[in-house]
Design a protein around this ligand. Structure first.
Ligand code: IPD
Ligand code: CA
Ligand code: CA
Length: 253
């Protein structure tokens, strides 16, 4: 199934690349939350392919929601057909296809594919995480003060006034903070050690399901802001190399 997921993500990524930088249809799901014809085309491709190869599996996909959930329930594909839609719509090359598979409530397979860099991040529960089939691991950065962090701004940021305070505190406590506009790529980069930690609130299962497994299989740690066990259905998320985890939580508390 990992090969199926990687192949599907690569094909969906090619659909995105074909539309990237061209004039495409864009509409609004919210004040600053966009959906483009690329999101829809990628999702249709992925959902159709899963229905063909795994007709008894459930599917949770961002643009179709739970509506396509029709399977037996023990296997569920969780899909973000285009993570980084705002970047995509503005021609900023930072976006990806995100596919995870949940089995009996646990994420067992993860794929994050960045078509602009041809980077395929993948993981299977208990079998490690890879980038383009080479084993990856989280960074060894030992102190928050030496860390490069990344975060994202939720679409309903105007209703989250404390977010700016967390952001400022993290800026002061770390070496630097980045904001790249794709939570899935942020998490994949924590998994391969490019970033040391990530935090964000208000994310959805399709944004984080793959990244959580990538990070855990790469030796990192994922939790809620209070340190409790993370569920993809219950944001917020704090993810790190594990070593600086409690220091990040300390800033967020
Ligand atoms: C968004 C991106 C972004 C994050 C938002 C997400 P989308 O997903 O992951 O980095 O800050 O909260 O909703 O809309 O591009 O799929
Ligand atoms: Ca997303
Ligand atoms: Ca999306």
């Amino acid at each position: 199934m990992l090969n199926f997921a990687m192949e599907t993500a690569r094909e969906a990524g090619n659909i995105l690349l074909e539309k990237f930088g061209r004039k495409i249809e864009i509409s609004k799901k919210g004040e600053i939350n966009l959906v483009t014809e690329a999101d829809l085309a990628s999702e249709k491709f992925i959902v159709d392919k899963i229905k063909t190869y795994y007709p008894r599996h459930s599917i949770l996909a961002e643009e179709s929601g739970e509506a396509v959930l029709s399977g037996e329930g023990t296997w569920k594909w969780i899909i973000d057909p285009l993570d980084g839609t705002t970047n995509f719509a503005h021609g900023y090359p930072c976006f990806c296809v995100n596919i995870a598979l949940e089995h009996e409530g646990r994420i067992v397979l993860a794929v994050t594919y960045d078509p602009t860099r041809d980077e395929m991040f993948s993981a299977e529960k208990g079998r490690g995480a890879s980038l383009n089939n080479k084993r990856i691991s989280v960074s060894e950065t030992a102190k928050l003060g030496d860390s490069l962090l990344v975060t994202g701004f939720p679409y309903d940021i105007s209703e989250r006034p404390h977010f700016a305070k967390d952001f400022a505190n993290m800026l002061l406590a770390s070496r630097a903070v980045r904001r790249d506009g794709s939570a899935a790529i942020d998490l994949a980069y924590v998994a391969c050690g490019r970033f040391d930690g990530f935090w964000e609130e208000g994310l959805n299962p399709w944004d984080v399901a793959a990244g959580v497994l990538l990070i855990e299989e790469a030796g990192g740690k994922v939790s809620n802001y209070d340190g409790s066990e993370f569920s993809v259905y219950r944001p917020p998320i704090c993810a790190s190399n594990g070593i600086i985890h409690s220091e990040i939580l300390g800033v967020l508390s």
